[in-house]
Design a protein around this ligand. Structure first.
Ligand code: PLP
Length: 506
């Protein structure tokens, strides 16, 4: 007997079929059936032993953990179906500002999976790890070259940890000179991790306001700068997507009072091969390999936030450092007496170093520069197409991203509504309501990956939404309409998240 349409829909609704994409997918726990397994072991050909007898009473639990019991195909289908709910860089433009969601070439993934790298163990002897050590050593020197810094350490495992390490080095530097300083200056447009890193190091954070044009002005830094200031933390290009064009003068002002300049280099994608923070007067910086150097960013994946320093801070680099012996052999070394110490147990997310290495090698200096040029061109192209339809808070040429806002949109349509409606047009929303200095910000970072046609499609979607706000605002305010679930109660989800599955009462 064949199932009628109603029956098929019902089956789809309980996840027993793959009709369309709008099915309800039960949890693996809900699908579980006692005794079902995803493996088949051959019959036992050795005497069976009582685990409690061989391992000891305390080692065996009889309260089962209640894991789901399923066949292999059920698990594969479950996760494959879930994967189709995801937005991904491999599916389309992913304009999540400040995250540099560029396409990550598959070649780099293949390199990271080479068995010699993927199977390397952090405790393996140095003599057996010469390839891995050489990769670390070379990547450190290339990052130093790209940034104009003297030394780089790949140890930090995230941008935020790079900042923490950088400010720890700043503190170590001043303390070694017997100079106790208590403040760190941070512009109001900074990424939230900047003040957090300063505060975690025990510094008082002093906010410096950017000018009306969105950039930091020497006079504002001069007014806040004193001999109690350990460092200025500045992001260049900034989180407003703008180049801090007074950076060289600002560095001079900070140095004149004995302070150091920390550069949040997470947005280096816009500068690659074109300008170097080290040449601007910066003393210490971090990179986000997972933005600039080809590891997917977002979704809580692995990170790598190498730190680069000028020679004055080199004695304080985190350990271990890679050193080359007289015999040309490389080795990890903890011998750095003024180091800030270890940042974690082993060496960070090594697979990311391999991806970054492959990325730099395959692009070469000219290719890296072209990345930056295309990223900047793409952001400016989008801005040019959207200007006049969306409010542009700082209307000047941008670097890697452009910022719009919901000011003046018709029909009381807000930034959140635009973001939700973009999902109906097939796009992951941009970053919204950040940076905080722009009310109702929409932060769009197209990256260098997009073609002209791809940018035009996205711009057309944005323009269509702006027109809808005038003609049918309710359609925008109640979006998304073409998704499995419509507008969610995000406050409830944030305030009262249900994080644990509980079995239903029998
Ligand atoms: C400008 C800036 N600084 C710092 C960070 C922090 O990096 P992470 O998320 O790796 O800690 C980010 C992350 O995107 C960033 O965009």
């Amino acid at each position: 007997m064949s199932a009628g349409n109603g029956e098929l829909e019902r089956l789809a609704a309980v996840g027993n079929s793959t009709l369309g994409l709008a099915y309800e997918e039960p949890l693996l726990f809900e699908r579980s059936r006692p005794g079902r397994t995803g493996y088949a072991l051959p019959p036992l050909d050795v005497p069976e032993v009582d685990p409690a007898e061989s391992l000891g009473e305390g080692a065996v639990r009889d309260d089962l953990p209640g894991l789901p019991e399923l066949s292999e195909v059920e698990v594969v289908r479950h996760f494959t179906r879930l994967s189709t709910w995801n937005a991904a860089v491999d599916l389309g433009l992913y304009p999540l500002g400040s995250c540099t969601m560029k396409y990550n070439p598959k070649l780099n993934e293949q390199m990271a999976r080479l068995p010699g790298f993927a199977g390397a163990h952090p405790l393996q002897d140095d003599a057996e790890s010469q390839g891995a050590l050489s990769l670390v050593h070379r990547l450190e020197s290339w990052l130093a070259e790209v940034s104009g810094m003297d030394r780089v350490s790949l140890q930090p495992a995230a941008g935020a940890q790079g900042e923490l390490a950088g400010i720890m080095m700043v503190r170590a530097y001043h303390e070694r000179r017997g100079d106790r300083r208590s403040k760190v200056l941070v512009p109001d447009s900074a990424h939230g991790t900047n003040p957090a890193s300063a505060a975690l190091n025990g510094y008082e954070v002093v906010t410096v306001a950017a000018g009306e044009d969105g950039i930091l002005h020497p006079e504002a830094v001069e007014a806040a700068m004193g001999e109690d200031v350990a460092a200025l933390m500045v992001t260049n290009p900034s989180t407003l997507g703008l180049f801090e064009e007074h950076i060289a003068r600002i560095c001079e002002i900070v140095h004149a009072k004995g302070g150091l300049v920390y550069l949040d280099g997470a947005n280096l994608n816009a500068l690659l091969g074109a300008a170097r923070p080290g040449d601007m007067g910066v003393d210490v910086m971090h990179f986000n390999l997972h933005k600039t150097f080809s590891t997917p960013h977002g979704g809580g994946g692995p990170g790598a936030g190498p730190v680069g320093v000028k020679e004055v801070l080199a004695p304080h680099l985190p350990i271990p450092v890679v050193r080359e012996g007289d015999d040309g052999q490389l080795a990890w070394s903890d011998d750095l007496p003024h180091s800030i110490g270890r940042l974690h147990g082993s060496h960070g997310n090594f697979g990311m170093f391999v991806r970054a290495y492959a990325y730099v090698r395959s692009l070469g200096p000219d290719g890296l520069r072209r990345c930056a040029e295309m990223a900047v061109l793409n952001a400016n192209y989008l801005l040019a197409r959207l200007r006049g339809h969306y409010h542009v808070p700082y209307d000047r040429p941008v670097m890697h991203e452009c910022i719009l806002s919901d000011r003046g949109l018709a029909g009381e349509v807000s930034t959140l509504d635009v973001a939700k409606r973009l999902i109906d047009y097939g796009y992951h929303p941009p970053t919204i309501y950040f940076p905080l200095v722009v009310h109702g910000a929409l932060m769009i970072e197209p990256t260098e990956s997009e073609s002209l046609e791809g940018l035009d499609r996205f711009a057309d979607a944005m323009l269509a939404i702006e027109a809808e706000a005038r003609e049918d605002p309710e359609r925008v305010r109640s979006a998304p309409h073409h998704t499995r679930l419509s507008r969610l109660d995000e406050t409830q989800a944030a305030r009262k998240p249900i994080l644990r599955w509980e079995p239903e009462e029998a």
